[in-house]
Write a protein that binds this ligand. Structure first.
Ligand code: G
Ligand code: G
Ligand code: MN
Ligand code: NA
Length: 253
């Protein structure tokens, strides 16, 4: 079987869906939102994870329709949840560099927010440093107009790519996501120094910071002691179906 051909038909066959991983505000212990994570359950080849199919989608430009579907599905559910539970929930959506380079993300985001009558501030987009590597001027412009919609911009996987620091100054981010590499091995193989530095750096630049990959009580305590704003990780919950996430919103966690 050719995975590319299967992927081409995955959306129309209803094989693509989203999971949601809660993001928790550390001081209050409350769920403030979730990261939407794409899943593909193929009738022919079973579960395929994004690390495998996103690169294929990027190389074939299929990421454009797939990315649009993800944004639309996330916004549709977000609007339902905000009404149903009357809570100011936010959803974070991963956007591939290819989507910025080969489509008008400002237009897509603006139209999708309008369609579901959502205020910009409840949507967050996660981008990696990859998006900032070439054609910086154009990306800077796109991100600025997206941010003018009120949409929040988070730098994903922070600390693992190339430069980071000058990008933080040059682009207007709202939030930094500490990569789980700096979190999940604490305290055995990682002493937390880098996580602490990233938290302090982010706060110095007036950015919010969220730690990914928080799996244990000890890691949670560490983040709390170091004034990290939010956490995401298996300690609270793995990525779950929309039904399960709804139950968590209902219960408060
Ligand atoms: O959930 P999981 O660990 O399988 O995700 C693996 C990677 O896939 C993560 O780095 C995540 O950023 C990426 N990913 C998940 N969902 C999406 C999506 O909707 N769009 C893009 N571009 N990447 C995604
Ligand atoms: O790269 P990105 O941050 O966008 O993707 C997040 C990925 O991390 C998701 O695929 C999710 O399944 C995974 N993940 C989330 N929480 C944890 C965790 O606590 N531990 C580990 N090992 N992986 C996690
Ligand atoms: Mn992410
Ligand atoms: Na990450």
């Amino acid at each position: 079987v050719n995975i590319e051909n299967l992927l081409r038909r995955a959306i129309e066959r209803g094989e693509i869906y989203l999971n949601y991983q809660p993001q928790v505000h550390l001081k209050s212990g409350k769920i403030v939102g979730a990261e939407a994570l794409i899943r593909w359950n193929s009738k022919e080849i079973g579960m395929v994870y994004p690390n495998k199919f996103i690169p294929i989608a990027e190389n074939t430009d299929m990421i454009i329709p797939i990315g649009k579907w993800v944004l639309e599905e996330a916004c549709k559910n977000l609007s339902l949840w905000r009404e149903k539970y009357n809570k100011d929930i936010t959803i974070a959506v991963n956007i591939s560099p290819v989507q910025f380079k080969k489509s008008d993300m400002y237009k897509t985001i603006k139209e999708t927010l309008q369609k579901y009558a959502l205020p910009g501030h409840c949507l967050e987009i996660e981008i990696t440093e990859g998006v900032l590597i070439d054609n910086i001027y154009d990306i800077q412009k796109q991100l600025k107009s997206i941010r003018d919609l009120g949409v929040k911009i988070a730098m994903d996987d922070f600390g693992t790519g190339y430069s980071s620091l000058s990008y933080l100054r040059r682009f207007n981010f709202d939030k930094v996501k500490i990569d789980r590499e700096f979190v999940q091995d604490y305290p055995e193989k990682e002493d937390g120094t880098l996580a602490e530095i990233i938290i302090n750096l982010s706060h110095s630049l007036k950015l919010k910071v969220i730690a990914e990959g928080v799996e244990t009580e000890e890691q949670l305590q560490f983040m709390s002691q170091n004034s990290c704003d939010e956490v995401q990780g298996y300690f609270y919950s793995p990525p779950v179906s929309k039904e399960e996430f709804e139950k968590m919103i209902e219960k408060g966690i």
